[in-house]
Design a protein around this ligand. Sequence first.
Ligand code: ZN
Length: 147
Amino acid sequence: MMQLDNLYQEVILDHYKHPENKGLSQIFDAQVHHINPSCGDEITLNLTLDGSLVKTVTWDGVGCSISQASVSIMSGLMIGKELRAAQVIFDSFVELMQSKGNGQPDETILEDAVSLTGVSQYPARIKCALLGWMAFKDASVQAQKKN
Ligand code: ZN
């Protein structure tokens, strides 16, 4: 495995073993399926909105610990947020993943997602970390069109 900070590695493994919001909801405004062929990660994500509020994010998936932990962390961050706040979190995380290991993540915005900071040093794994986030972004665009 990659060399990540031990504490961060624990957070990632904890989300991998005890994922949040895993198990697809019966009801959803948008459902998307995203894959990362280079690693074999797959995520299906269901989103419901209540006006401009993210009401539920549920998902199911298979793949590496980074991809599955990242979607778990993302789901916990986004539920209950206004779409505008969700966009700020999304942008912060994308910026962190593009930081080549030099990011200065804002823990008040990214919370557990800062544990993925080290991934930004490994170009091949950035897509793993971003997979669930891109699925959320896609689903939020689709859900807004529907509403
Ligand atoms: Zn992966």
